[in-house]
Unconditional design. Structure first.
Length: 260
C-alpha cells in the first residue's frame, strides 16, 4: 500500500498503479449522506493526482450502496433541485469523467444513487445475487442519478420504461442478461475477479485507454469516430507506451507500460 485516505464511510486506498474506493456504512446498507457522496468525488480526484492508472469502486460487508440516506429528507423544505445539481450530480460526473478506467464491483443492493454510481463506471461487474434498480416510483419520485441515460442507452427506451414505471428490482444475473452491466459472477468470487481485472487494466497502456474513454463518451458518426481514432492513434504510438508496445511486439516479449 503506497498510501491511504479515509472518511467514516468512504475509504481510498492507494495500491499504485491501482486505487480502491470502498464504501463502508454497513448499518445503512452503505447508503450515503450528501457529504459522504462528495467524498467519492474527492477520492477520485486524489487517486488520479496520486498517479493511479485505474480505480476500483466497491462496497463492503455484502452491500454496494443502497442509495442516498433519506432519513432526514424533508420534501417540503429541501431544495431538491440544488441538492441534485450541486451535490449529487457532480459526484456522478466526476466518476464518469475520470481520466483513468473505473471498475465497479457490485454486491448486495445497488439502488438509487448506488445504481447510478455503478453504471457511471466504465465497467460494472456484479454478483449473481446483487440487487439493482431504482424503485423511485414507490416514493412518488422520478428516477435520477443518471438512471434514465444508462437504461435508455443499454436496454432501450421500451424496457427502460417498464423498469421505471414498475420500480422492479432485478438481480445481477438479470442485469447481465439484459446487457445493463458487463457480467455477473458468483458472489464469493466477485472481489477476486474484480481486483484481478482492475490490476490488469491498471498495468496496461492507460494513456491509450483514456483516448478510448473520450471516443466512447458520446455517440458520433462513423466518419467522426475514424478521425478521432486516427488522432488518438498517432498520439499513442508516438508516446512511451506506444514505442514500448511496438518494440515488445517486435522483440517477442511482454510490454512494460507506464501509462504515458
Amino acid at each position: 500500500m503506497s498510501g491511504a485516505t479515509s472518511t467514516d464511510a468512504v475509504r481510498l486506498t492507494l495500491e499504485l498503479p491501482l486505487a480502491v474506493i470502498a464504501i463502508d456504512r454497513p448499518a445503512a446498507k452503505n447508503s450515503l449522506r450528501l457529504d459522504e457522496m462528495t467524498a467519492i468525488a474527492d477520492a477520485i480526484g486524489e487517486a488520479v493526482s496520486a498517479g493511479a492508472r485505474a480505480v476500483l469502486v466497491r462496497g463492503t460487508r455484502h452491500a454496494f450502496c443502497a442509495g442516498r440516506d433519506l432519513k432526514d429528507t424533508n420534501p417540503g423544505t429541501d431544495d431538491t433541485l440544488a441538492i441534485l445539481r450541486e451535490r449529487i450530480n457532480p459526484v456522478l460526473v466526476a466518476v464518469r469523467d475520470c481520466p483513468v478506467p473505473t471498475i465497479a464491483a457490485v454486491q448486495g443492493p445497488a439502488l438509487g444513487f448506488g445504481f447510478g454510481l455503478a453504471l457511471a463506471c466504465d465497467i460494472a461487474l456484479v454478483a449473481d445475487d446483487a440487487l439493482l434498480g431504482s424503485p423511485f416510483r414507490n416514493i412518488g419520485a422520478v428516477l435520477d442519478s443518471g438512471g434514465h441515460h444508462h437504461l435508455r442507452e443499454r436496454v432501450g427506451p421500451h424496457r427502460a420504461a417498464e423498469l421505471i414505471f414498475l420500480g422492479r428490482l432485478f438481480s445481477g444475473r438479470e442485469a447481465a442478461a439484459m446487457g445493463l452491466v458487463n457480467r455477473s459472477v458468483a458472489a464469493e468470487a466477485l472481489d477476486e475477479i474484480a481486483l484481478r481485472m482492475a490490476r490488469e487494466i491498471a498495468s496496461g497502456p492507460t494513456a491509450a485507454f483514456a483516448a478510448s474513454k473520450r471516443i466512447l463518451s458520446c455517440a458520433r458518426s462513423f466518419e467522426e469516430t475514424l478521425e478521432l481514432e486516427a488522432i488518438a492513434q498517432a498520439e499513442a504510438l508516438a508516446g512511451p507506451d506506444g514505442i514500448e508496445g511496438i518494440g515488445a511486439f517486435q522483440q517477442k516479449r511482454k510490454p512494460r507500460f507506464i501509462g504515458r
